[in-house]
Ligand binder design. Structure first.
Ligand code: AMP
Ligand code: ZN
Length: 114
């Protein structure tokens, strides 16, 4: 998707701070971190949102959660804990329409999700 900011980062057309890459997924550091560690786990394939996924994406979604867990471990978050969050659609607070999982940690996060 030529006009998708995350597709442009994945394609190397604009800079991204890459933490991890494999054949299906990439992880970058969030440009506006909400915690000392704030990573974004996303598929290389352009999928706009969680609501666009179905049974055909089950393996990919499982892989993205697995990668989130692995990068949390490599960033030293496993022992103290961290949060994985997905914003979906307008009322879900999703600003970038390329599906991504936020991995947040390195401080005490509030119990509220609202
Ligand atoms: P969301 O609201 O779930 O769509 O989150 C989008 C996230 O992408 C926000 O936390 C932004 O700070 C982050 N973001 C936007 N542009 C960039 C960029 N060029 N590089 C890294 N993170 C970005
Ligand atoms: Zn995209």
């Amino acid at each position: 998707m030529a006009d998708c900011i995350f597709c442009r980062i994945i394609a190397g057309k604009i800079p991204g701070d890459f933490v991890y890459q494999d054949d299906r997924a990439v992880v970058i550091r969030d440009i506006n971190p909400q915690a000392p560690k704030h990573l974004l786990v996303m598929p290389k394939e352009h999928i706009a949102s969680l609501v666009q996924t179905g049974s055909g994406q089950r393996d990919l979604l499982g892989h993205l959660i697995h990668v989130a867990n692995e990068v949390a471990r490599s960033e030293g978050l496993s022992e103290r804990g961290y949060r994985v969050a997905v914003n979906c659609g307008r009322e879900g607070g999703q600003l970038v329409p390329h599906i991504h999982f936020h991995v947040l940690g390195g401080r005490q996060l509030s119990g509220s999700l609202g």
